[in-house]
Design a protein around this ligand. Structure first.
Ligand code: ATP
Ligand code: MG
Length: 175
């Protein structure tokens, strides 16, 4: 299915709203308009919501979390940024493994199982994309999902049609 990225971001935000409010974390959503990817709406919402849940859980009260989407070349980049505790460089590969948590004692307080990022990784792979992390301890983290952008094939085909009337119509001009 063609999925509107804007809708994915807002739906994911809705799912973490209660948790974010409880911790007085302000979540800001910013998506470039009209971005689409091919895939499953529910799975994509789950992936972004998992990243947002982590951003909220591993940050101090009163900090800010942002989620944004933009097109970079042939890809849609969905980035979730927090001002939280960050992740040591040596652990940044392993956090995508099932059940892996950076600091078991510290993480236990947040009650997770260590599956969230493994699920995000699978969903991205199943959509022909990937997820990466940038993080600095004490400063925060940014998780970026990179998915192939869906081009509107019908409009492209029409615009490329050599027949003048058809091409003009595709450009929205009257004959
Ligand atoms: P679950 O998501 O299954 O409830 P979880 O949050 O522990 O549990 P993951 O989402 O897979 O599992 O994250 C794995 C670990 O990576 C976390 O336990 C935490 O230590 C670290 N982590 C993930 N996201 C962040 C973040 N934004 N800031 C700091 N640490 C993070
Ligand atoms: Mg998690």
């Amino acid at each position: 299915d063609l999925v509107e990225v804007d809708a994915v971001l807002h739906e994911a935000h809705d799912r973490v709203r209660v948790a974010a409010d409880a911790r007085q974390i302000d979540v800001q959503v910013a998506a470039q308009r009209g971005l689409r990817v091919f895939g499953d709406l529910e799975l994509l919402v789950t992936a972004v919501a998992n990243l947002l849940a982590n951003a909220v859980n591993y940050s101090e009260a009163g900090t800010r979390v942002g989620v944004g989407a933009r097109q970079v070349g042939d890809a849609v980049e969905i980035a979730v940024t927090d001002q939280g505790q960050g992740i040591p460089v040596g652990e940044q590969e392993r956090i995508f493994e099932r059940f892996y948590r950076v600091d078991a004692a510290r993480s236990r307080a947040t009650g997770g199982t260590g599956l969230g990022l493994a699920i995000v990784k699978h969903i991205c792979a199943n959509h022909g994309g990937e997820v990466t992390v940038w993080s600095e301890e004490g400063r925060g983290s940014t998780f970026t999902m990179r998915l192939p952008v869906a081009v509107d094939q019908t409009a492209d085909d029409l615009a490329a049609d050599p027949e003048p009337g058809v091409a003009a119509a595709a450009r929205g001009e009257s004959p």
